[in-house]
Design a protein around this ligand. Structure first.
Ligand SMILES: O=C(CO)[C@@H](O)[C@H](O)COP(=O)(O)O
Length: 221
């Protein structure tokens, strides 16, 4: 039985009360804080950077999982590591040298991972499995919260699950985009073990109610 992790995306949190929001969602049972970084270049939206990561770091002890939707990636990696990130992922097509970017993340003491958009091929995994701690499958096109889950992502999750199992390595398989109480079990059955959810959690007043319901859905998955 895999251990499942729920990772609320603070993209849908109230930014005016971010410290309180991350404390509340961890108290409600979140395992990880998912931190979406958008640059208005790689994706058509602009969000938050290392200063905000540093600001929330003292409020929570759970890992902060930084999803870089930026291009180029390398020059911002050390800043996020210094700001308290524990996991840093990036999109392979946004990196000039994927192996070097993964190594840079690891050299700064963080877990490293690649992110795959719905149309990004999995061949980017060739030759780097030994440097991966996490693989993130996007089930929406990146850039915005509140979009609908793209069902084709399930096949991709299943394909990555096979690759991870064949590798014999302990690599987290995260899914992100449109995850809700209603579809989290399906994503788990496909092979995901870590679930990013933004609007489904922060869009409701009772964070614990949503997270508990997600865990109930995962129990028989
Ligand atoms: O990275 C992204 C979007 O680019 C995600 O992390 C979203 O923030 C998830 O939001 P919901 O789809 O769960 O509302």
């Amino acid at each position: 039985m895999p251990s499942y992790r729920i990772a609320p995306s603070i993209l849908s949190a109230d930014f005016a009360r971010l410290g309180e929001e991350v404390r509340n969602v961890v108290a409600a049972g979140a395992d990880i804080i998912h931190f979406d970084v958008m640059d208005n270049h790689y994706v058509p939206n602009l969000t938050i950077g290392p200063l905000v990561c540093q600001a929330i770091r003292p409020h929570v002890e759970v890992p902060i999982d930084v999803h870089l939707m930026v291009k180029p990636v390398d020059r911002i990696i050390p800043d996020f590591a210094k700001a308290g990130a524990n996991i840093i992922t990036f999109h392979p097509e946004a990196s000039e040298h994927i192996d070097r970017s993964l190594q840079l993340i690891r050299d700064h003491g963080c877990k490293a991972g690649l992110v795959f958009n719905p149309a990004t091929p999995l061949h980017y995994l060739d030759h780097v499995m030994d440097k991966l701690d996490i693989i993130l499958i996007m089930s929406v096109n990146p850039g915005f919260g509140g979009q609908s889950f793209i069902p084709q992502a399930l096949q991709k999750i299943a394909a990555v699950r096979r690759l991870i199992d064949d590798s014999g390595r302990d690599i987290m398989l995260e899914v992100d985009g449109g995850i809700k109480i209603e579809n989290i079990a399906e994503a788990a059955r496909a092979g995901a073990d870590t679930f990013v959810a933004g609007s489904a959690i922060f869009g409701k007043p009772d964070y614990k109610g949503v997270i508990d319901a997600m865990r109930r859905e995962l129990a028989p998955a």
